[in-house]
Write a protein that binds this ligand. Structure first.
Ligand code: ATP
Ligand code: MG
Length: 360
């Protein structure tokens, strides 16, 4: 058998690693996700490439070996982005708009934070938070207090009264060429991404400023691969919420809605394969499956592309997603209505919201 073009190892073997592997296979790239708990020596070769599906990992025989490899792409970026302090400092240094913030230090009290940032202040763990976990709202009228032990471990952010949340996913190769997907419109429920819609005609006027913002970050970091930027839209203005130095949930729609998915882009860029603009297909919708059992009815929905992660189902855990990319909006809405009937009450507002957006 002819050898693969390249071997790429991924730090982490969750759903992102699995979807990277799925995208690499038809390219002839041998991509191997590595469980971060693995306690074994890997057969790494000098010309292998290392990437990661997560920003942090414990030190084990395997992760230490991967992290020390000369071809670990974006090696310095992970710790920088993983800590909200250094991530925010990067944005400030690049003069990119982001929610006003401060590291919460010994001298801070809830009162001093309210004085500086207003009645509602969001505390976010510096590291390790995801899906809205590790966050705490200080609300002046509710006798707020900084939780015990949180000093130095969290940043405080001013509450942003955004109109909506959008995100941009882009890719950059070693030569510095960049490509971007159209902005996605994101709906969060209880701090967890529930639905993404893309592309949307009404967001095209924001596309170039979003590309400029993400391009500045990727260039500054000399970044290689896919990066996502979550943004708040306030009128015609964009404010950066946070960065993800990897493939991102709000880019999952590209598996169905683009000729090159974000996973394939990441493989291409890290393995130094050609990058070309991805062709965008139709109206795409991604619905996350969160803490819900597998339902065969999803496979019977016209246009549905089901991605089940094979994880144990637990409350608020992402266990899969469903993509639709359909030229006919009426058919798409019909499928979404059928999907809605298979989902719990928790999903109803998010699906109503998506259908409203498509109908408008
Ligand atoms: P992810 O799952 O994307 O990693 P996360 O848990 O790391 O999310 P954020 O994206 O920072 O955390 O916040 C989660 C959600 O909380 C945001 O998508 C947004 O809805 C809300 N949020 C975050 N920061 C602010 C803010 N400064 N003002 C108002 N709402 C905010
Ligand atoms: Mg987020």
């Amino acid at each position: 058998m002819k050898p693969a073009i390249k071997r790429v190892w991924v730090l982490g073997a969750g759903q992102l690693g699995a979807m990277l592997k799925h995208a690499a296979q038809p390219l002839g790239v041998d991509l191997r996700p590595v469980d971060i708990e693995l306690d074994a020596i890997l057969a790494l070769e000098d010309d292998d490439v290392i990437t990661a599906e997560r920003e942090q990992w414990p030190s084990t025989v395997a992760t230490d070996q991967l992290a020390a490899h000369a071809n670990f792409v974006n090696q310095d970026v992970f710790s920088l982005v993983a800590d909200r302090v250094t991530q925010k400092q990067l944005l400030d240094r690049l003069k990119l708009a982001t929610a006003p913030w401060a590291l919460v230090e010994e001298q801070h009290t809830a009162a001093s934070l309210h004085e500086q940032y207003g009645d509602r202040v969001l505390l976010k763990q510096r590291t390790g938070g995801f899906d809205g976990r590790g966050q705490h709202w200080l609300v002046a009228q509710q006798g707020s207090a900084i939780p015990q032990g949180w000093h130095d471990k969290v940043i405080a952010e001013q509450a942003i009264a955004f109109d909506e949340e959008v995100s941009i996913v882009g890719v950059r190769n070693r030569a510095g060429d960049c490509h971007y997907y159209p902005l996605g419109l994101n709906r969060h429920q209880d701090g967890i991404l529930t639905v993404t819609l893309a592309p949307l005609e009404r967001l095209t006027n924001l596309q170039s400023s979003a590309e400029t913002m993400l391009g500045k970050v990727m260039d500054e970091l000399n970044y290689v691969g896919v990066m996502a930027m979550e943004l708040f839209r306030l009128g015609e203005r964009l404010l950066i919420n946070e960065l993800a130095p990897r493939v991102h949930n709000s880019g999952h729609w590209t598996q169905s809605g683009a000729s090159i998915s974000q996973f394939e882009y990441h493989v291409r860029a890290t393995a130094d394969l050609p990058l070309v603009p991805a062709l965008i297909k139709h109206n795409s919708v991604m619905i996350n499956l969160i803490g819900i059992d597998y339902n065969l009815a999803w496979l019977a929905l016209p246009g549905a592309e089901v991605f089940w992660y094979g994880k144990e189902v637990r409350p608020v855990r992402k266990v899969g997603h469903i993509n639709f990319s359909m030229a006919d909006k009426t058919q798409l809405i019909h499928s979404l209505r059928q999907l809605q009937a298979t989902l719990t009450d928790w999903y109803q507002p998010a699906l109503d919201w998506a259908i409203d957006e498509l109908e408008s």
